[in-house]
Design a protein around this ligand. Sequence first.
Ligand SMILES: Nc1ncnc2c1ncn2[C@@H]1O[C@H](COP(=O)(O)OP(=O)(O)OP(=O)(O)O)[C@@H](O)[C@H]1O
Ligand SMILES: [Mg+2]
Length: 276
Amino acid sequence: MEMKRIMAACRRPARVLAITSGKGGVGKTNISANIGVCLAASGRRVLLLDADMSLANLDVVLNLGSRYNISHVLNGQRSIRDVVYPGPAGLGVVCGASGLEELADLSEFQRRRILDELSQLSDDHDLIVIDTAAGISRSVVGFCLAADDVLVVTTPEATAIMDAYAMIKVLARHECKGRVSLVVNMADSPAEGKKTYQQISNVAARFLGVHVYDAGTLLRDDRVGASVKLREPVVLAYPKAPITLSLAALAAKVDSGANVGRQPTGFFRRVADLFF
Ligand SMILES: Nc1ncnc2c1ncn2[C@@H]1O[C@H](COP(=O)(O)OP(=O)(O)OP(=O)(O)O)[C@@H](O)[C@H]1O
Ligand SMILES: [Mg+2]
């Protein structure tokens, strides 16, 4: 009965984009925050969810200083609406918890609660961007499998490439229904980014039978680190910089992918399928 109520609340669910990676530190949080800001600035109702339960960092990049976060929703102290913080350009942000157990280990009550709460937010947003933790843990893979789009972030580094491939492989094994795209971050040149994309997409096509979409390349740029120090997304701190144009282009690409290959069932229905 609970499921019926959740599904009724999900008639026009927000599209869900999971931003993930195999290796840590490749730029997921910065990419999530910046494309979230770009899309919010273009009028989309965007919610950014920090789903890293062990090391929250979106609030640092966005300088939110949040008092409440997803952990207070999970323990029943707050409803999700109470923990949505206003970010730049009208972006809504749900901050992550630090040192919380894996989503996979949550109790049945907590899982129902987060589903129920998230489905409420789904109704009044166009897009929910989930900044996941790195690696192929059950909770990360669960979010990716339930999303409409998965954006896998890598760098041209060999270990990051191998870990990105491992992530795509796990998604393929679980018959991921969402569209899988790859963005190559911190490349030294567009050619290096393209080469990295081709390496991964060729192997994925050949050995996994998966088409990985090309979400483009972001060059290494010291302004990203500088903007983190300023605690402002780079697209706002350096609006005219080439990295800002590239991030805006990535946001437009993500946005134009809306409804491509979208499943008739919404995110929360698919999360529910995983859990119940
Ligand atoms: N294009 C870029 N050029 C230069 N530095 C970058 C770029 N993108 C990200 N960085 C830097 O890389 C570091 C990691 O970025 P970020 O925190 O976004 O990665 P992450 O994938 O979210 O990490 P984690 O796996 O720990 O959550 C930060 O110091 C950030 O400033
Ligand atoms: Mg991060």
